[in-house]
Design a protein around this ligand. Sequence first.
Ligand code: PA5
Length: 473
Amino acid sequence: MTSEFAKKMQLKIDYNNMMADYIGREEGFTFEQLNQNKTLVNKAFKTVKENRGLGMMGWTELPYNQKEIVADIISTAKDIKKKFDNFVVLGIGGSALGPIAVFQALCHLRHNELPKSKRKAPKLYVEDNVDPERMNALLDVLDLNKTMFNVVTKSGATSETMAQYLIIMDILKKRFGDKAKDHMIATTSANKGNLIKIAKEEGLKTFYIPDGVGGRFSELCPVGLLPAAVVGVDIKALLKGAAYMDKLCKNKDITKNPALMTALLEVLSMKRGRNISVMMPYADSLKYIADWYCQLWGESLGKAVDNDGNYVYAGQTPVKALGVTDQHSQVQLYREGPFDKVITIIGVENFRSEVQISNGCEAIPDVNFLCGHTMNELINTEREATEYALTTAKRANFTIMLPEVNAFTIGQLLYMFEMETAYAGAMLNIDTFNQPGVEGGKNATYALFGRKGYENTKKEMDSAPKKNPEYMI
Ligand code: PA5
């Protein structure tokens, strides 16, 4: 990969429409206002810099420290491609949303429906729920002889994932006996949780999630790299994109650091009551990047207490939208509803396909005006039109442009959002990397299911006020 290619593929961040010149002083910011927050910015910059690679910021090293792991993943993926037609990820949250996002972004949009000769890689299924109908529907379409499963859980304890594992392993053992282990790979912590013990007992091939990499920051470790490699994604290019963005995000000058600038704009917006962050890609390939972002932003910044123990109830509710689809559903609200949102638009300069709009309807000018154009022009014109419509209504919005969707630009995009989240968390003075709220839900499930060690939680739950039938219709 040449440096010329890397430069050509660099993401562009256009935050004009966050500025007072375009949306007015009440909604937008002046450059002086951004400068007035230098202390906040410098402090966040320092915190992130000093914590790189430490504690739960191990993910900053992933673009650099996985040479041997990547080689193992590529050779394992090659083997899987030879032997199997289906690759099924069993996981939830950070163990599922990244693999889904990268698959959608970098594979054929109908990958699973393509004939095998064109697909050239196994079908990918990511099972991130415990809906019994979905589980049976999956089993109805899989030929188990041709299926490899990948159970993914950092904690090795998540009920949903472990329930899926138990169901599938039982079926595999009944079908394949001792050979069941040849259909299951585990991705988990090397030294914590139950899955690692089970994997060792069963003799499963295992990949490790580094200690300092939390679920929602794990796409660029084996959690995401193995499924991506299996479906043919160039995972080295993905990591190179992340490394390229990392360099930009190390810049102390906020006008040259995409993550630091967007974090500041979001945090200042939150302080003005813009409590919703809409992520709106204008490309179907990026549709699930918005889902992945929603977990990252919501779970990282939604915190009751700050690092000094004050109740701050921080966070911004992330909302996913899709351009142009949601122009006919949500944009009415975004343009005319409450002033409580920041809208991030993701655009693509060059799509991987071009579709010409056919000639026709010559006698009807109101339809014929479309002829001679391409769908590519239409989607990008509509994106610009939405930016304009939002801006004239004084709605805070900014655009991230991808020169094209490829492994290098997706690596940049994922890493930029991770860095933006880290900077925003530091500006909010919260613990970006814990998730007591999620764990509260997990613990309540353990208690209700009678798991040992959760008796007190069960007692607390039993003594909670009972539902009043008068409030039910
Ligand atoms: O970001 C997180 O830590 C969580 O959302 C986890 O990804 C999710 O709860 C799944 O956890 P685990 O990977 O331990 O099964």
